[in-house]
Ligand binder design. Structure first.
Ligand SMILES: [Mg+2]
Length: 108
């Protein structure tokens, strides 16, 4: 699929959500449950990575895609403009400094 944007992806996911009954309005879903399911996909990605299963069914790649699809679905339900929000985040990071020596987060 050429030139897929987050907006187009959102449209595709929301179209399928309507067709399959996954919910397309806040009153049609349990938001806390949807957030928990996003957590679940992230945990599956972590387990796949731990098991060195990077591709294929239930692999790291698929689980990351599952997480993104669920996030895009939830954003679509609430009308969140993910492109705008991500660009805002990137802009905010430009001049931000992190004190890595005070954090338990590893980078090489
Ligand atoms: Mg999954």
């Amino acid at each position: 699929m050429e030139n897929l944007t987050i907006k187009k992806l959102t449209d595709l996911i929301m179209q399928q959500a309507k067709e399959k009954g996954f919910g397309s309005k806040p009153e049609e879903i349990n938001t806390m449950e949807k957030i928990a399911l996003i957590h679940g996909e992230i945990s599956e990605a972590m387990e796949a990575y731990r098991d060195k299963k990077m591709t294929g069914k239930d692999g790291f790649s698929e689980e990351l895609a599952d997480a993104v699809a669920r996030i895009v679905h939830l954003a679509g339900i609430y009308g969140v403009d993910l492109e705008k929000e991500i660009l805002k985040k990137l802009e905010g990071n430009k001049n931000r400094e992190w004190e890595w020596d005070k954090m338990n987060e590893e980078h090489t």
